[in-house]
Design a binder for this molecule. Structure first.
Ligand SMILES: Nc1ncnc2c1ncn2[C@@H]1O[C@H](COP(=O)(O)OP(=O)(O)O)[C@@H](O)[C@H]1O
Ligand SMILES: [Mg+2]
Length: 278
């Protein structure tokens, strides 16, 4: 269980995240949606302690994450792997080495300096690539792969960390619809089969609806919606995306996964009219 209590983060006079409280049970797949600047990235970055909260408490299984340092902080950052919009691979290294880098903070510094990975670690990295259907790229330079393949390498690297939680910050915002679908399917599959908690920022409402069992809507640093996709009404969508909600259909659906979508989400009346044109 991840317990976020009254977490606030200020940057000078800007309140990026404003007294956010959320309880996230192990194994949930949570989509955080909201306009640019709503505080989504700041919230994720506080959870894995890339930045510290100004106020409030973040606990994982009862341990106060916001006060960890040294080894305990590194262990937490291993437990909650982060996936970024821009993949953050080392482009000049081959794919296999990029995946093995996910293992670095499991090991001691001397071993890291020698950059030797065991046969077992290599096999594990290949298995992670196979899991993401990209084992055939193992020896290519990461920079030569398509965006969709690079994001799958990043997910394989995250799996090499042996995490309990995966945090993904707009993982499909730079991808075309087909690759976006492959990446979201992979995250959903890992969530279901491994029981990993997945918390992902998404700026496309359709994707959040399709993949997440819980949606958190943020606006101006605050949580303005927290519930099942079915509970999102036209009114709550407007509270998340602003009063001009109707005008946002392009932004909201720009990287949405292309129709037609399978029977999972019956279309009868579920879609807001504001979004139907996207
Ligand atoms: N490092 C930073 N320094 C100053 N302001 C920041 C920083 N990071 C984020 N902000 C501000 O905090 C607010 C929330 O940003 P962010 O969390 O990136 O939103 P989102 O991910 O929803 O687009 C914005 O007003 C942004 O300009
Ligand atoms: Mg962001």
């Amino acid at each position: 269980m991840l317990e976020i209590r009254d977490v606030t983060r200020r940057f000078g006079k800007t309140v990026a995240v404003d007294a956010v409280s959320l309880d996230i049970a192990q194994g949930q797949m949570v989509g955080i949606i909201g306009r640019s600047g709503a505080g989504k990235s700041t919230l994720l970055r506080m959870i894995n302690r890339l930045i510290a909260p100004s106020d409030g408490s973040i606990r994982f299984h009862g341990v106060e994450v916001s006060r960890l340092n040294g080894t305990a902080l590194r262990r937490w950052q291993r437990d909650c792997a982060m996936i970024f919009q821009q993949f953050n691979l080392v482009p000049r290294l081959d794919v296999l080495t990029n995946v093995l880098l996910g293992r670095l903070n499991h090991r001691n510094t001397l071993l890291n300096l020698m950059t030797m990975f065991t046969r077992e670690e290599r096999l594990e990295a290949i298995a992670a690539l196979e899991r993401l259907n990209i084992a055939q790229t193992a020896l290519q330079r990461a920079g030569t792969l398509s965006g969709g393949q690079q994001q799958r390498v990043a997910i394989a690297r995250a799996l090499m960390q042996g995490p309990k939680v995966i945090l993904a910050d707009e993982p499909i915002a730079s991808l075309d619809p087909l690759n976006a679908k492959v990446v979201m399917d992979s995250l959903a599959d890992i969530n279901r089969r491994e029981g990993l908690t997945v918390i992902t920022n998404l700026h496309t409402l359709d994707t959040a609806r399709q993949y997440c069992t819980r949606i958190v809507g943020m606006a101006a640093g605050r949580v303005v919606f927290d519930g099942a996709p079915e509970a999102l009404t036209a009114e709550t969508v407007r509270s998340i995306y602003g009063a001009e909600g109707d005008g946002f259909s392009d932004t909201i659906t720009s990287t949405a996964i292309a129709a037609p979508q399978p029977a999972r989400a019956p279309s009868s009346g579920r879609r807001e009219p504001a979004l139907a044109g996207g």
